[in-house]
Design a protein around this ligand. Structure first.
Ligand code: XMP
Length: 515
């Protein structure tokens, strides 16, 4: 069974929350894909979507360079849901009018339902139907054939629908958590209007992917870089389930891992899964190359190149390797529309350059998944919760958490501090809900007093952030006593540290890692 035959197509007009729309629809067990707004009508038709969602966006429909999709999508007979900008575009392209509202409507609003068919089926018209608005323009005049289905204080046309065609639009954002009726609205769209069936489950994903991987690989060999992180672990587990011993994983210990990390990854995969893993001890090779290097970008480049060199060397020993498996996720492949230029802030190291160098074909079974879906897939494949809910850890490892030069002593300090942070976060029950929590070793010394002695030792910074996707992040509001415990323990237990500080910067303007 091809579980992707029933899909919803989301056209992206540049909203910050386009990906959220996709996630919310998939939570209903319906498959969907995000594409740029300019996708041609031919391509849209060829995809045979069961429904189309037009996302929000930062522009005004009357702007000279306003993004516009082909207006003929409204005549395909396929249900279309316009959200915010998408609803305004639907209005304008159907002959109605959109205007700058007197007041911007931003934040919570109460929706009064006027027509309970379509999007609002099953909802209580008298109920407290809280929605989240974020718009400057609003629909003023309805196009011919449309009617109002809900109003809010500042939006007389907060939701509209066509009388005969399956076209609906909402000024509010059903995809955000503050819209309490959001999942009802999306559910009504995908099931009630688009007649999708809830088929997109992890079990069905595993079944169809195992078949596809077997067919693609045949009798060839696959190699995979295993880091112990969620994505590569799930890829390895999935492919291993499909082709068993035709998969070989390569784990490179670069000497920049955390306490006990290499051991636990090896133990799990070798003992619990029977996966074929080659463990490469490249600690000295990396540390020698990093000696005397303080510049963050140089560190990243050395580590990235070192990884490729070693991986190539080891992979070259595997006979008949034809495929390289990678844990590329959906957010990496979505061609989202961005109205701001892309600048490289940090050169993130991944194995992206490998396939061209090594002339290997790629297998990327997670290309369609969001991070939370990868976690569910990991559980479905029997990975333990501690592997599946592991916080992200950067490819360059502890190297970018030691500001300045990397030495074995400084690595040891940051390892010990890091172990304390993770232990305390877990003990407080906050590890999972925090995106990342870690220690950073700073290249400065400060004066302290221990016993009756003057000390002049190093500073450790705690970095704990909440985030959904690492694109933006805010510092976690951790309880004071937890912060106090982490600080006490680090100062008492880690030799060479006499001060702990807590980083209260958000991203932007800060980044999550310090380098
Ligand atoms: P920043 O520091 O840019 O990090 O806010 C965003 C997320 O990416 C992780 N990170 C990396 N991951 N290779 C990786 O695989 C890298 O070079 C790298 N640098 C940062 C970081 O931990 C955070 O989750």
């Amino acid at each position: 069974m091809d579980i992707q035959t029933e899909k919803i197509l989301i056209l992206d007009f540049g909203s910050q929350t386009t990906q959220l729309i996709a996630r919310r629809i998939r939570e209903q067990k319906v498959y969907c894909e995000v594409h740029p707004y300019y996708l041609s009508l031919e391509k849209i038709k060829a995809m045979t979507p069961k429904g189309i969602v037009l996302s929000g966006g930062p522009r005004s429909v009357y702007d000279e360079d306003a993004p516009k999709s082909d207006p003929d999508i409204f005549n395909l007979g396929i249900p279309v849901l316009g959200i915010c900008y998408g609803a305004q575009l639907m209005t304008m392209q159907s002959g109605g009018e959109v205007e700058k509202a007197q007041k911007r409507e931003f934040g919570k609003a109460e929706l009064v339902i006027k027509n309970s068919e379509g999007l609002f089926a099953g909802l209580d018209p008298e109920g407290a139907n809280q929605v989240w608005m974020s718009h400057g323009d609003r629909i003023e005049e309805l196009p011919a054939g449309f009617m109002v289905s809900a109003v809010s204080e500042h939006s007389p046309n907060a939701a509209i629908r066509h009388r005969d065609k399956p076209l609906v639009g909402v000024q509010f954002h059903p995809e955000v958590a503050h819209t309490l009726i959001g999942s009802d609205v999306l559910r009504n769209f995908v099931f009630g209007m688009c007649h999708c069936r809830p088929r997109w489950t992890m079990q069905s994903f595993v079944d169809s992917n195992i078949a596809a991987i077997r067919e693609k690989v045949g009798r060839d060999q696959v190699i995979c870089a295993l880091s112990g992180g969620v994505d590569s672990s799930v890829v390895a587990a999935l492919i291993h389930r499909a082709i068993g011993s035709q998969l070989t994983c390569i784990y490179v210990d670069n000497g920049l891992m955390r306490t006990g990390e290499t051991e636990s990854v090896m133990r799990f995969f070798r003992e619990k899964t029977g996966l074929n893993v080659i463990q490469v001890d490249a600690r000295d090779e990396f540390l020698n190359q990093l000696t005397g290097v303080s510049d963050p970008e140089k560190k990243r480049k050395i580590i990235g190149h070192g990884f490729i060199r070693i991986f190539e060397r080891e992979a070259g020993k595997i006979k008949d390797a034809r495929y390289l498996a990678q844990g590329t996720l959906y957010p990496d492949v979505i061609e989202s529309v961005s109205f701001v230029g892309d600048t490289v802030i940090k050169s993130h190291h991944n194995v992206g350059g490998l396939p061209e160098i090594m002339k290997l074909d790629l297998i990327e079974p997670l290309r369609d998944l969001f991070k939370d879906e990868v976690r569910l897939l990991g559980l479905e494949l029997g990975l333990p919760e501690e592997a599946v809910y592991r916080q992200p850890f950067p490819g360059p490892g502890l190297a970018i958490r030691i500001i300045g030069e990397i030495t074995p002593q400084r690595l040891e300090v940051v390892r010990q501090a890091d172990a304390i942070v993770l232990e305390e976060m877990k003990r407080a029950g906050l590890y999972r809900q925090t995106w990342q929590s870690f220690a950073v070793l700073l290249p400065i010394q400060t004066v302290g007093v221990m016993g009756d002695e003057r000390t002049y030792e190093h500073v450790v910074a705690l970095r704990c952030v909440d985030s959904l996707d690492a694109m933006t992040a805010d510092w976690s509001r951790l309880p004071y006593d937890l912060l106090g415990r982490m600080s006490n323990r680090i100062i008492n237990e880690v030799r060479g540290v006499n001060r702990v500080v807590f980083d209260i910067s958000s991203k932007p303007p800060g980044t999550i890692e310090w380098e």
